[in-house]
Every structure is written in C-alpha cells, then in structure tokens.
Design a protein around this ligand. Sequence first.
Ligand code: BMA
Length: 866
Amino acid sequence: MKNYLYYLTTWIAATIVLSSCQPTDTENMKVREINSNWKYAQVNGDLSGEATVPGVIHTDLLNNKQIEDPFYRTNEKDQQWIDKEDWEYSTNFVLSAQDLKYDNMVLNFEGLDTYADVYLNGEKILEADNMFRRWEVDIKTLAKEGENELKIYFHSPIKKGLELLETADYAYPAINDQSENGGLGDKKVSIFTRKAGYHYGWDWGPRFVTSGIWKPVMLKFWNELRINNVFIKQPSVTKKLAKLEAVIELQLNEDTEVSVIVINKENNHILAEQKNVVSKDDNSISIPFEIQNPKLWWSNGLGDAHMYAFEVKVMKGNKELASSTVNSGLRSLKLIREKDEVGESFVFELNGVRVFAKGANYIPNDNFVTRVTKADYEKIIADAVNANMNMLRVWGGGIYENDYFYDLCDQNGIMVWQDFMFACSMYPGNDRMLASIKEEAKDNVIRLRNHPSIAVWCGNNEINAAWSYYSDGGWGWKETYTAEQREEIQKAYLDIFHDVLPEVVSNYTDGDDYWPSSPQAGFEPDKHAGYENTAGDMHYWGVWHGKHPFEDFDKYKARFMSEYGFQSFPDFETVKKYAIPEDFDIESEVMATHQRSGIGNLRIKEYMSWDYKVPEDFEHFLYMSQVLQARGVKMAIEAHRRAMPYCMGTLYWQINDCWPVASWSSTDYYHKWKALHYAAKRAYEPLMISSFLKNKELDLYVVSDLLEGFEGQLQIAVLDFEGKVVNEKSLDIIVGANTSTFVQSLDIKTLVGKASKSDVLVNVKLVKGQEALTTNNFYLVKPKEQTLPEVHLSTSLVEEDGKQILEISTDKLARDIYLNIPDQEVFFSDNYFDLLPGEKHQLAISGSGEFSLDKLQITHLQEVQR
Ligand code: BMA
C-alpha cells in the first residue's frame, strides 16, 4: 500500500481528473478529448469563468473564487441558489481538412449532469436528460473545417423538477431529499430526474444539486469500420477449462469480409481467429474459444485476482481495421438461492466455493465526484483490502461508479454488489421515464459487464420494504395513497424493478444474477423484508433507528446482512478542517450542519450512556463516539460470522463519506480511519475467535474462512487488569473449514472463581502446533461497570527496513488506546486497541514529516472515563 501522505497530497492537489474510458487511437480510429478552453456563464446573471471539464458548476465557481469552500462550516446554506440557475458551457475546437476526410465523425458525451441542450455551430444536436447515460451524436454533416463552436445549456435541475412536480397528480415519497434545506419547503423533486439521489441531500450528505459536464467529451473519427463493443462471455469456467466467447459488435459503412483475431496479451498467443462477412444490419460476431487450465479470478483472501487482457483485432487482408483490448478475469460467480430446512440460502459461490462476503456499503467519495482522483479510488480500495474485505456494495443513491473503481475491484479481488441508482423513493413510471431507465441500464450494464468483480445487480435500495404495509413489516408508504394512486405507483415500481431492469440484465449479461431490491425476503415483489426473514437479504436497523441494544445484533440475523451500522463523529483532526474553536460543541450550528441525521446526536449519546460514561469534553466525546461505534459494529460482524453458514455475508453501512460529517462511515472524507475501520480489519480476519456473553455463560466460537479444516488448541486465560492469571485452561478443537465452529459454553462462575467478573478479562488464543494464529479478548461486563486502573504506557520509536515502528507497552490493562500526532498527517497501522499488562505492541507509522514521540498524543478509555 502506498503511504498515506502520498494519497493525501494527491488528494489535496486533486488535479488528476479521471476519464471514464481510455480513448485509444489506432490507425483507423482517432479519438480526441474536448476538455480544454471550456468557459461557463450564468444565463441570468453575471458569473462566468474558465471551466474544468470534466467538472460541475459548484467546483468551477469554487476554482474561480466565486464561492467559498462548500464544505466549510455552514457555507452549504449560502450556496443553494446555484441549483436554481441555468448555466451555459462553451468551447471551440478546430477540425482540419484531414479530420473531415474521415467517413465517420461523432461527438461522445460520457456523462452530462443533467438537463443539457447541446448545440454545435448553433444547431441543437442533443437534448440530454439523464446523468447516467452516455450520448453519441453523428456530426459528420454539421462539423466544418476550422473553428467549431460547442455549447451546452444546462437547465436548472430544480426548475425542471418543479415543472415536473406541477404536472404530477400527487407527490412521491423521497425521505432523504432535503427539500427544506434547498428552500423548496416540502417539494421533493429528486424523483423526477435521473440524477444521483444524494445530490439532493441524505442523512449523511449535504445538498448540492450540481450541473455540468461530469464525464469526458470526445470526438471520434474513423473510416470503414469500428468496434463498438467487445464482451467476453464465460459460459463455463472450471479449474481445468474456460469455455469462452468473444462477442464483438461492429459498426460499418458497408458489408465487408473481415477476419477477427482474439489474442491473449499476456503471451501474445492467438486464442481464436474467424472469418466473417459482416453487414450493416447484422454486425455482431461471436467467436468461441477456450483456455486450458485458466488462472482463475479469486476474491481477496481466497487467491489471486488474476486478470487476462484480451485483444481483439479486426483485419481486412493484412490491414488492421480496428482493435480493442478488454481486461477480464475468469471465474464462475453465482448468487445461490436454494431452498433449505430453514428457508432459502443467499450466498455467493465463486469457482465452486461458497464465500462469506465481508465488506461494507460504499457511497460516492465526494459530493462533487469529478474531483475524486485516482489516488482517492486507490486509497479506498486499499483500505477495503487492508481491512480483509472481499465485497463492497455500490449503493443505489449515488452513481454507477467510474471505470477505474471497478478496475481496482477487479485487481484486488473485491466483489461488487451493484445497485441500480434508485434509493428510498418511489419513482414515476411513465413511458418516457421507463425508456430513459432502460437506456441508462443498458449503458451501464454494457460498460461494466466484463468486470469479474460484479457479483450481482440489484434493482434498488430499500424501496420494496418502504412501500409495503406496516403490517407486512414495511415502512407503510403506500398507506398514504388512494387505491388508484397506489395501483399506479405500484405498477411503476413493478415495471422498473421486475421488468425493465431484470430484462436488461438478462439480455446484456452472461446470465448475471439480479436481485430486485435490497432488502427483500425472496425474489417475488410481495416478499417484503422484515426482522425475521429466513430468505433473502436484510437491512437491520433495529440497532440505531429502533434503539435495540448492540447485543441484539446476535438476535436479528438473516441469510445475508447487507446493511446495519452505527454513527460516530469524525476524528478531531478532521473536524478542525471544517470547524473553528467556537464550533467545538456537538450541538453548535456548524457541527449540526455536519450531522444530517435528525436523531444522530441523540442516538449516539443514548447508546453511549448505556455502555460508557458520557464525557463532557468535546474531543473526548468525539473519541468515545468512535469507540462506541467500533464496539457496536464489531459485535454485529462477529454475530453474523458466527452464524455461518446460515448467514453468508455482512456489509456494514458504510465505508466512506462524501464530505466531512458525523456518519456511519468507517473511514472519513479525508480517508482517515475511524476506530471502526481498525475493528473491522480485526473482525474480518480469516480466522476469528468470537464469543457471545449470556447471563451465566460465555459461548466460544472459532470462525474460519480457510478452505481446509485443522486441529488446534484454544488457550484461555482469565486475567485481572494487573495481569495476574486468575484461571487458565486449554481446549483441543477442530476448526471447521469455511464455517463457524461452536466450541463450548464456559461457565462464568467457574471461569472467574473468586474474582469479580468486572475486574477480569478473558484472553483466548488459537494455536496450531507452536504457531499462535489469532487472539481475542473478552470482557464480562460493560465498560462502564469496570474500574479500569491508572496506567503507565511506554513508547519507543525505531526504524526497521526503512519503516518507522512504534513500540508501545503498558504496566496494566489499557483499553481503546488512540494514537494521534496533532496537525500531522499520519497513518498508524494499528490504532484503538487494547493492551494487556506487560504486552508489547509494535505498529508502523507512515505519513508526512518527521515523527517525534514528544508530539505523540495517547488517549485511552480510562483517561476519558475518569
Ligand atoms: C440505509 C441506507 C441509507 C442510509 C442509511 C443510514 O437505509 O440505505 O439510505 O443513509 O441507512 O440511515
């Protein structure tokens, strides 16, 4: 992993703008990006300036110093006027006589956000209305030699939305659309526009409804033929043989005889060659081929995520007419839903292995995604890998991510649960909307289908549950509508999620799995998810929304836990970036602006008071909120893993943030790991010892993702906080392969003997032969019921193999040790850990500048709970 400083500085510089596809020039195809000399202008006002493309109006105004940093303090409130304006973007590009000689010339818009009228040399060539679509316009007849003028008129998405609301017969639910913050009262307009839902606000996000050219604009020229698309289908992949099929779609001027070659770029080996006569109307070529003993693509933890590069060349005689390279990994990956004694399984099977999915939900990395850099993407995926994850869910209220995101998931063995972009709202289902959704789905499915990481396509986030009756365990949205309206909204729902989307997945992928809504208790639309499902996936928000205690994570488990979580505040170092000392109170206006869940602060305080003393001090409160979040989510992850193979996946809400905010995230906007990310890394280790505390017993489990079982030993030591051994025992166990093994219920009275259970901890080690494989500590009472001793910590800093290693030890038990160097960008390879008396712990420090022990700040639970 590259060091944190590298990511941070690149992030701050934020100069590398990602292009969603890599244009390649070949002899026959010329690609030119139109990304320079763009200007923007306010249509009904005076603001104008140089524009960055790809970009959006907010970042252009910011770059030209016409607005302040949108994320600073309460600036968001003053910037709500921007989305009510129309904006015009324009540039000129020059075409040579040579350019005009090409038979074909198109303008490609990889993404326009959102209501955009495009004019070339004064003529309207496109009316775009869906942020998620790609557009291509033939400009052969309109383009001229010399200067060409390109103008894009962006209509205010809010004004357009209001017009659509006017014509609608009723309002639609959109619980996270912060219309009030946008000055619109209760007018929720987000649902009318195919645009990222979170732009309109969310319970972790601000409201910035952007406009702009958010993906590259390209000019493409070619002569007789071009490759529109290559799809490497994988009809059958086993260890011994991959049966594959390259499906190549061509676009050509006239019927032509071509030969097509498929090459394995790794060794330049020709995998297949086929002669075809292709016509203008029937231009798809299918070439079967095989690879013996293929190197398979595995998810993180199970093996290499091997990628193949397939080059396709279209030849006419000896002349290459077009070529294209597709990267893909060979694997069979299926969502297995089969009936069993308890219900129906929900498990991903990769190359015949039933994989327990470990990961998190993922949201866009910024409100202004065009400034997310390659380094940001690399960092977030590295953080997922580093935390032993193998799956991320690209959640439906954001965007279909950038190609680079999926490339990284491919390379790192991170499976992707891909939502279509629909979340927590009902949507109109008129013909225009359905047609737009269909094209959006096609564009994105075709763009992403070669990525081996894509594990499932999911219709939407939480809509099935939200729409259904209270009595069915739902949120009861339908109860507020008349029978007629209900029928109409329901029809739109079924059309989108049970007709249009599954049909696109089935027509344009190689049998990829589709799941209509997350969560759902079965495929059929009436299978609403509640708290008791024995089929499908589950979002468990009893902890947090329902005020259930953390212990209930063990009670409510389904076949796949695709959401659950708990909030925390960001690190103080992060807070200092958006707030000033007078704001340092969680109820201050600035801190409240950066906390978008109405119940957020209350919930954090209430849960904190159940398990800890609630500190008065601001910094201590931030720290405690992170320790609390980590404690809760760790309990959840362990409960879900203990429930293997009944439960086969756990994705907590959420790995990242789109701005600096109090939220459910485990890494913040600046990629700073919260206590939760460190806890998740431990809880997601392939081998994990876990326990569940009952009244009189401690149930011990060992969970293993390893594909082979083994014989080992559990060494159990009951220690007091000064390190004295109160009791010890050792158990011979057999650790099952790829499952959870219940070891024993330990009687607490026997375990602690004369000691008090509030004064001891249970340290358990898993040992195989002489090798210590993993360890975990368990406490028998809540933290606030413990009297933690005063501690003396010793630290030293050494350099080993060019790395700065911090060694830390303690005389007595120290809990939740948090290391920080104020005002310095540092990454500690471990943090927020417990240290046993006499234990020495080594961890690496990386980041900017010299590290000095004098500046090292150590916080621990006993200090904060005093
Ligand atoms: C789930 C998500 C998000 C939301 C989160 C926290 O419902 O799907 O909509 O941000 O919970 O409330």
